[in-house]
Ligand binder design. Structure first.
Ligand SMILES: Nc1ncnc2c1ncn2[C@@H]1O[C@H](COP(=O)(O)OP(=O)(O)OP(=O)(O)O)[C@@H](O)[C@H]1O
Ligand SMILES: [Mg+2]
Length: 396
């Protein structure tokens, strides 16, 4: 038996798996003319070249063997290794990678590499010139090496997939936080411009009333003056109260907590007297299955869709509806207003100044966080529709 120490070092060593070096080492360990490591692609439909010895240049990306097709594709599909005393693959890129002249045949062995749960993740194909067939003992030795290669390849793929998920999750969270920050800034602005200004004026009028009551030599006129100041102060107190309530309802819905999603959605349609919004909700106790955090998202999306109708649609009418379609909860907010170019608005909101128009992107982020799909349809002159579909599967 040959010494496979170099191969084991490559397969078990602490450094990243170097497939090119493994292919080269397989060739020399089996006194072969060449080796191919063919990896099952992401869609699990075909084998593509992971590494070739000798390197195949442009033939490497050109080779794609559907699972179940030809000798190698069959090994990938049924997971059984094969030895062929004489073989001549038909695929031109495959032949080029094996440096085969026209009509030339070679001895081959094709060995499946399995992942953690036994699925084939790659096939290692080793070949040498006739008449030097591979012995059964060589096939078994190759299988032992390739078993370890399969586990390392699979571990590497899992690490890459985890990395991909993590980046996507980080991106989503970062965007969600920036949207939240923008909302906080807006609330801070509302409180500053509305409530604090009203409170400053309120204390001014109260101070003036106090001066009128205590400092004037003529009691009759000072009382009238004080009454006027107090009336102004009361108006400002009412204004500050309204402003504060408006700012709070922008942050959190008490109706949603107290009466549930359907009542909270209906209350939104009454909160905008300038629009006549029809509310449709089929009586369906299955709507009560919507988890609280998803209900909060549906409520916020409906609220923003109605805000947009008021601000942009230029129509007196709209419709808000919620219904259950199988395992989906479907929320729709539609208007027959001026419409807009959804694609260019969304493209703009991700680039230059997201804080200026963050309503639609905030809807999209909220929906993505709860696994709901968001569709925004709009046609110039015909109106707009915001449609959310929330799957309510058992494993949510
Ligand atoms: N129902 C609608 N009818 C017509 N145009 C709309 C409608 N909804 C959105 N738009 C257009 O899409 C743009 C982006 O909407 P978005 O809600 O993201 O931002 P905004 O409403 O301008 O600002 P924000 O929501 O951040 O206060 C709007 O400026 C408007 O041009
Ligand atoms: Mg908006």
């Amino acid at each position: 038996m040959r010494d496979d120490a170099a191969l084991w070092d490559l397969l078990l060593g602490p450094t990243d798996l170097d497939l090119g070096a493994v292919a080269g080492s397989m060739s020399s360990s089996f006194a072969a003319d060449g080796s191919l490591i063919l990896v099952v692609d992401h869609a699990a439909t075909a084998l593509v070249v992971g590494a070739a010895d000798p390197p195949g240049g442009t033939a490497e990306p050109a080779l794609r063997i559907p699972l179940g097709y030809g000798v190698t594709g069959l090994v990938a599909q049924n997971g059984r290794s094969v030895r062929l005393d004489s073989d001549s693959p038909r695929n031109a890129a495959h032949r080029q990678l094996m440096s085969l002249a026209a009509g030339q045949s070679v001895a081959r062995m094709c060995v499946p590499a399995r992942g953690l749960s036994g699925q084939v993740v790659a096939v290692v194909s080793v070949h040498r010139g006739l008449p030097h067939p591979f012995a059964e003992a060589e096939l078994q030795r190759a299988q032992r090496l390739v078993d370890v290669l399969g586990l390392r390849l699979h571990a590497h793929q899992l690490r890459q997939a985890t990395h991909g998920h993590r980046s996507e999750r980080d991106r989503l969270i970062a965007h969600a936080i920036s949207v939240q920050e923008a909302q906080r800034r807006r609330v801070a602005g509302d409180l500053h411009d509305g409530v604090t200004q009203a409170l400053v004026s309120l204390s001014f009028h109260l101070a003036a009333a106090e001066v009128s009551l205590t400092g004037s030599p003529e009691p009759a006129s000072s009382t009238t003056e004080a009454q006027l100041q107090i009336a102004s102060a009361r108006q400002l107190a009412a204004l500050a109260y309204d402003e504060t309530r408006a700012a709070i309802s922008g942050l959190h819905s008490l109706i949603l907590d107290d009466l549930g999603l359907v009542a909270a959605l209906e209350s939104l349609t009454h909160a905008v007297p300038q629009l006549d919004i029809e509310f449709r909700a089929a009586p369906d106790e299955r709507l009560a299955e919507v988890p609280d955090h998803c209900a909060a998202v549906l409520y916020r999306v409906a609220q923003e869709a109605i805000n947009n109708m008021v601000k942009h649609a230029e129509t007196p009418r709209g419709v808000l509806s919620i219904r259950r379609v199988g395992d989906l909860v479907v929320l729709e907010a539609t208007d027959d207003g001026v419409g807009f170019d959804v694609r260019s608005v969304l493209a703009g909101s991700t680039s230059s100044a997201p804080a200026e128009h963050f309503g639609l992107s905030s809807m999209a982020e909220r929906c993505a966080l709860i696994g709901a799909t968001l569709r925004i349809d709009s046609v110039h002159g015909r109106g707009s529709a915001v449609i959310v579909e929330l799957p309510l599967s058992a494993d949510r």
